[in-house]
Design a protein around this ligand. Structure first.
Ligand SMILES: [Zn+2]
Length: 200
């Protein structure tokens, strides 16, 4: 994805009984060429938020980025000043956990400097950046007196929903970049229940 376009939402609107996705609302429907100016309210375009955020501006979050890379450089765990501009961010704290928020950097600092994360301890499958993150999250949970998460639970509950959303977005985005728009069928309109004699 191009940097200048990061953070940009996509637009979805309804025409020709289809959902049409694009970067902005065109003046004419790309399918029937009809003027889109006079539209019913229920057909008003909705915007689909870009799931990628600038990770450098996120606090207390677990960040994922689509590019490959190892976090454990020759220097062990390091701070990145750049490179996370388009990440998927999974907030780890409830917005009201101020105490924890203040402690966060210190916790992370102490945690990261422990011997467990020295470069030579790195192992592709069992001791990687994911282990690092999950172990830290569990330390926080423990400090909060909450139940710990195993890798499967964490992935299923927090990571998968966001990556799924992001991958849908990327698919849409690429199709739009290539063709100018993207079309899907509208799900069939719900049949209105007959009046009188209903459940309610
Ligand atoms: Zn149309």
């Amino acid at each position: 994805m191009h940097c200048a376009e990061a953070g940009k939402a996509l637009i979805k609107f309804n025409h020709c009984e289809k959902y049409i996705y694009s970067l902005s609302v065109p003046q004419y429907c790309p399918l029937c060429q009809q003027d889109l100016g006079s539209r019913k309210l229920e057909d008003a375009p909705v915007s689909i938020a870009n799931p990628f955020t600038n990770g450098h501006q996120e606090k207390c979050s677990f960040l994922l980025r689509p590019t490959q890379g190892t976090f454990l450089s020759a220097h062990g765990v390091q701070r990145d000043g750049a490179g996370w501009e388009q990440s998927i961010s999974i907030p780890l704290l409830q917005p009201n956990m101020y105490g924890m928020m203040e402690q966060w950097d210190k916790y992370l600092e102490d945690f990261s400097t422990s011997g467990a994360w020295l470069p030579h301890r790195y192992e592709e499958d069992h001791h990687n950046c994911y282990t690092y993150t999950l172990t830290f999250i569990n330390c926080v949970l423990m400090a909060e007196g909450r139940q710990q998460l195993d890798k499967g639970e964490f992935t299923e509950k927090y990571v998968v929903p966001r990556t799924r959303l992001a991958s849908k977005f990327i698919t849409l985005y690429r199709a739009i970049r290539e063709h100018g728009f993207y079309v899907t069928d509208c799900p069939r309109q719900e049949v209105q229940p007959p009046e009188g004699g209903g459940l309610y």
